[in-house]
Design a protein around this ligand. Structure first.
Ligand code: SF4
Length: 240
């Protein structure tokens, strides 16, 4: 999309808020053992995210997203609190640092250099559990979407990047799908082994993309376009 600016939409905005909410609350517990005030956070983040290029941010939709994000916030906060309490009660002589590092062993929005593999030098991994060596990738699934196998490629890419930088094996990926079904928060997980098959598939895809960039090739049209794509209105011819 040479020279064309992508346009935000409600799906992208909601996905951004999901990521920001989870990373904010987990980081607050990891660093300070405290739950930040949701309303203050929402007041700051929602104005940044909701409505950016969106065409359908009515008050009802806005309230629906707020409720959805609040449910995620509340559940993530409860799980963090519970993990810290469980760890403290199991090891009352542990230092606070020890409790935090082992109850919540997460590097959240971890910045990593992928240039050794021909990728960007500022990749951001949603979450890496360094005690269990699991890469987590958070996905917001809008109503009607289904988890697809290719989404595992993101985890595989992060795994090989972490391996290239830290020289440790990372063989397990987990995609956490977050969606809203009939107004209720739904969370499902796709836990999988990052074996030779998916590594080979990831390498093939990476090589194809590097070739497109290096040779300035036209990538052609995909088999399927998603209505959350930043360019959908342009491609459908609504926008000049
Ligand atoms: S709408 Fe389809 S063709 Fe257009 S940029 Fe998005 S994925 Fe590509």
């Amino acid at each position: 999309m040479r020279g064309i600016r992508g346009e935000g939409n409600i799906h992208i905005s909601t996905g951004n808020l999901v990521h920001k909410a989870v990373s904010n609350i987990v980081t607050s517990f990891v660093e300070r053992d405290e739950e930040p005030d949701f309303e203050t956070w929402w007041g700051r983040e929602a104005s940044d995210c909701i409505g950016l290029g969106a065409h359908d941010t009515s008050q009802t939709i806005h309230e629906g997203i707020k409720r959805f994000i609040w449910d995620i916030w509340r559940q993530t906060g409860s799980q963090c609190k519970s993990a810290l309490l469980a760890r403290r009660s199991a090891q009352p002589y542990a230092t606070e640092r020890d409790v935090h590092a082992s109850a919540l062993p997460f590097l959240v929005e971890h910045k990593i250099d992928g240039s050794l593999l021909g990728l960007s030098d500022i990749l951001s991994v949603d979450c890496f559990d360094y005690l269990h060596d699991i890469i987590f990738d958070l996905k917001y699934l809008k109503l009607g979407s289904i988890p697809e196998l290719w989404r595992r490629l993101h985890c595989a890419g992060y795994a090989v990047t972490l391996e290239s930088v830290y020289e440790i094996p990372v063989d397990v990926g987990c995609i956490v799908y977050i969606s809203q079904v009939r107004g209720e928060l739904m969370i499902s997980r796709d836990l999988f082994f990052i074996g030779d098959d998916i590594r080979g598939w990831w390498l093939e895809e990476r090589d194809k993309k590097l070739e497109i960039i290096a040779q300035k090739k036209d990538p052609g049209l995909p088999k399927r376009c998603y209505d959350s794509c930043l360019y959908i209105r342009y491609c459908l011819g609504d926008q000049k």
